[in-house]
Design a protein around this ligand. Structure first.
Ligand SMILES: Cc1cc2nc3c(=O)[nH]c(=O)nc-3n(C[C@H](O)[C@H](O)[C@H](O)COP(=O)(O)OP(=O)(O)OC[C@H]3O[C@@H](n4cnc5c(N)ncnc54)[C@H](O)[C@@H]3O)c2cc1C
Length: 297
């Protein structure tokens, strides 16, 4: 474990005392604060997807806790009338403890979500060790309910085949580059190749997919997708851009003003360390931002 990983381990004193550092990326530790953030996004013409932070639970009681938090979140969204859906990590729903229970918990959440104005449930994608089980649980639940869809990561060598499968199923995909450290055998390591694979996957989804979500802050990819959609006369309502809360907020609003659907991923909760760590490691500007917040106190 690196020093950074030790500091950010769940329940470390750092994590409980230093939430203010993560605030730019995680707008709150409670559902109320997350909904306040969604309210502001909605007012600016953006929709959202809410994620209750947590991953890798070690026993079924913790998975039940996550499941209950999602049901409470869906009730709170309905009451609020806000335009948001939810995203969930299957390891937080017990994927590594009991795959059958995980599938049942997910099915219950998807069934509950189906009663909301925006009924969609997105399954976040985690490290490559859980890609196959995550997609297996997705397909089990998708056989019963269609308002659920996975994330596919362009850096994984297997992803073109997973894109084909999602298109065949008619499933909604969120396409991202991938945020976990992966070995050379399973994932491309260099950005030009990842961008090339991403662009090809995005084109396939735009032509034949079901309302794909183009999740990136990368201008080169955003511009390529815009140009491709224009060239192939794919209307703006057939796809959406997605970005993370706190990252390029001006760009999010600019795209919405240009007439694109833009959804912002809004994570909340006390287990923000893993998520925060991935934001720090993927971009040095994020580290500078956090250091500046420390110096300003
Ligand atoms: C909505 C959403 C959901 C996601 N869900 C998942 C998931 O389920 N699983 C997963 O593994 N990963 C997920 N990710 C993370 C994703 O895989 C990438 O790690 C992350 O988005 C960084 O890649 P990028 O393409 O956005 O930009 P980067 O590769 O970090 O940057 C590329 C270029 O984008 C521009 N850029 C990026 N950030 C900024 C900035 N702050 N200011 C100015 N320019 C900037 C710059 O031009 C930069 O050179 C998600 C990302 C998003 C947006």
């Amino acid at each position: 474990m690196t020093v950074m990983e030790r500091l950010l381990a769940p329940n470390s004193p750092f994590q409980t005392r230093f939430y203010f550092l993560a605030r730019r990326f995680v707008p709150g530790e409670t559902i109320e604060s997350a909904l306040d953030a969604v309210r502001e996004l909605n007012a600016d013409g953006l929709t959202a997807t809410l994620d209750f932070l947590g991953e890798d639970v070690a026993d079924i009681r913790e998975a039940e806790h996550t499941r209950d938090a999602y049901h409470a979140m869906l009730d709170a969204i309905r009451l609020s009338g806000l335009r948001t859906n939810v995203s969930v990590k299957l390891t937080a729903l017990g994927l590594l403890v009991d795959q059958n229970a995980c599938a049942e918990f997910l099915a219950g959440i998807v069934e509950h979500a189906a009663t909301l104005d925006d009924p969609f449930v997105r399954i976040d994608m985690e490290g490559s060790a859980v890609t196959s089980p995550t997609l297996a649980v997705f397909e089990r639940v998708y056989a019963r309910y269609k308002n659920v869809g996975p994330v596919l990561q362009a850096y994984l060598r297997r992803t073109p085949a997973d894109i084909d499968r999602a298109i065949e199923l008619g499933a909604r995909v969120r396409l991202c580059k991938g945020a976990y450290r992966e070995p050379e055998e399973v994932a491309f390591q260099d950005m030009p190749t990842i961008r090339k694979v991403y662009a090809r996957a995005a084109e396939a989804l735009l032509l034949a997919g079901n309302y794909p979500a183009i999740a990136t802050h990368d201008d080169r990819l955003i511009d390529a997708v815009r140009a491709f959609a224009t060239e192939h006369e794919i209307p703006n309502h057939r796809f959406e851009f997605q970005m993370l809360y706190g990252v390029r907020p001006e760009k999010q609003r600019e795209l919405a003003r240009d007439g694109y659907n833009v959804r912002v991923y809004v994570p909340f909760g006390t287990h923000w360390a893993g998520y925060f760590y991935r934001r720090l490691t993927e971009r040095k500007e994020n580290v500078y931002f956090v250091l500046r917040s420390l110096l300003q106190r």
